[in-house]
Design a protein around this ligand. Structure first.
Ligand SMILES: Cc1ncc(COP(=O)(O)O)c(C=O)c1O
Length: 417
């Protein structure tokens, strides 16, 4: 595909930036330091060009037409499914469901599996650092079904306190454990394999939110030992409006559909309807066709750069950022040490609201996120309403970190703290 560097164990972020048109532009008159990739990533020309070409030459609805264009569109769409399968090392294409996002994928599992499999006496286990996308659906479905909603607490480093599982198992029949592989607020890398083993010992399923993991490190659903895994395209250099759910075939086969309508049926009569085979049972209506195709191209792109190289690059930036930020007086850094976290750094500049920090950094051409990051229970645990978060990706540079540090010094000068 011709990314700006060849796959290797290290990557050259400066060269890769040539693939991203956004970095040709100045922001507020300054070179752009984009430190909000945990929220959404920038897009390389390879993805933009491929989607444009798809729309210009191969676009039609999928699975319906017998004409040439429809067949090309269907081949592109189904080709992307195979790319997703290989990307997460799933055993079969039939286990890959295209969704609009990680959020929709997690809702699909909570509704379609949860409503039929949970009831009073059952326990749904989530964690204190879950994103709302993997928290709220389970809280809602637990309430609807009468199941108990339990959480694994974190310690002061923002790491899961697995000792709490001994008490949680006493609450009833554990049926689901739902956890993110990487925390979007703290960067904590969570022990999903251990949780999956524990879940299975208890006859429960393991649902993995890989929204912050799949873009940044190799994913192998078979090695993780989980039952469902969800991620979004827009966080891995692909378009928004597409995402994927992997689910174990026997579980997907046994589940009722989530959305109902065209394409997800086998036959419809006045008295009854039967469902299509996997994965189409879960893909009602016209899907996000070019977006699924674009997700496949983005997967090619990051695979060619190398997921190990991306993880290593982000690790180096994270360690560098934690060192430099830690030297600034009045900084509170949240989360575990660099060796146990992904490329996310959340912090508080004492005496300054995170939104003010982000605003002043923006004037310097530095984009960070300020807020609760869709993790309000975690913010409550940390005793803050919000944090400022810098997050890295394959195009992030050590210079971005230097500018962040200089920007924070400017924030402190401005507020006299
Ligand atoms: C850990 C985590 N899970 C789920 C989501 C939801 O992803 P999306 O908004 O793409 O559905 C996010 C998005 O920030 C996330 O960080």
């Amino acid at each position: 595909m011709g990314v700006a560097v060849t796959p290797a164990t290290t990557l050259d972020a400066q060269k890769l930036r040539a693939d991203f048109p956004v970095f040709d532009e100045l922001v507020n008159g300054k070179p752009f330091a984009y430190l909000d990739s945990a929220s959404s990533t920038q897009k390389p020309r390879q993805v933009l060009d491929a989607m444009r070409e798809f729309y210009e030459h191969s676009y039609a609805n999928v699975h319906r037409g017998v004409y040439a264009l429809a067949e090309r569109a269907t081949a592109g769409y189904e080709g992307a499914r195979e790319k997703v399968r290989a990307f997460v090392n799933a055993p079969s294409n039939r286990e890959i469901v295209f969704t609009r996002s990680a959020t929709e994928a997690l809702n699909l599992v909570a509704y379609a599996w949860g409503l039929d499999n949970l009831g009073p006496g059952d326990v749904v286990v989530i964690t204190e650092l879950e994103h709302h996308s993997n928290f709220v659906p389970w809280q809602f479905i637990a309430k609807r079904t009468g199941a108990t909603f339990a959480h694994i607490p974190i310690d002061d480093f923002g790491e899961l306190q697995l000792d709490a599982l001994d008490d949680i198992e006493k609450l009833g029949n554990v049926k689901v454990v739902a956890n993110n592989l990487v925390s979007n607020s703290l960067g904590t890398i969570n022990p999903v394999e251990k949780l999956a083993a524990w879940a299975h010992e208890h006859g429960a399923i393991m649902v993995v939110d890989a929204a912050q993991a799949a873009p940044h490190r190799p994913i192998d659903v078979q090695a993780l030992g989980c039952d469902f895994l969800a991620f979004s395209s827009h966080k891995l250099c692909g378009p928004s409006g597409s995402g994927a759910l992997w689910g174990r075939r026997e579980l997907l086969e046994a589940m009722s559909p989530f959305n109902l309508g065209g394409e997800m049926i086998r036959s419809v009569r006045l008295d009854a309807t039967s469902w299509n085979e996997l994965p189409y049972k879960f893909e009602a209506g016209t899907p996000a066709i070019a977006e699924a195709y674009g997700m496949g191209v983005a997967i090619d792109y990051i695979t060619e750069v190398g997921l190990d190289a991306i993880a290593e690059h982000e690790h180096e930036l994270t360690a560098y950022a934690l060192d430099l930020l830690g030297e600034i007086p009045g900084m509170r850094l949240f989360g575990p040490p660099a060796e146990r976290r992904a490329g996310i750094v959340s912090f508080e500049v004492e005496g300054v609201h995170p939104h003010d920090v982000a605003q002043i950094l923006d004037w310097e051409g530095i984009a960070v996120r300020a807020g609760h990051h869709c993790t309000q229970p975690l913010m409550t645990r940390l005793g803050v309403a919000a944090t400022t978060r810098a997050s890295f990706y394959l195009y992030s540079l050590p210079e971005d970190v230097d500018r962040l540090v200089a920007g924070i010094r400017k924030v402190k000068d401005t507020f006299g703290v």
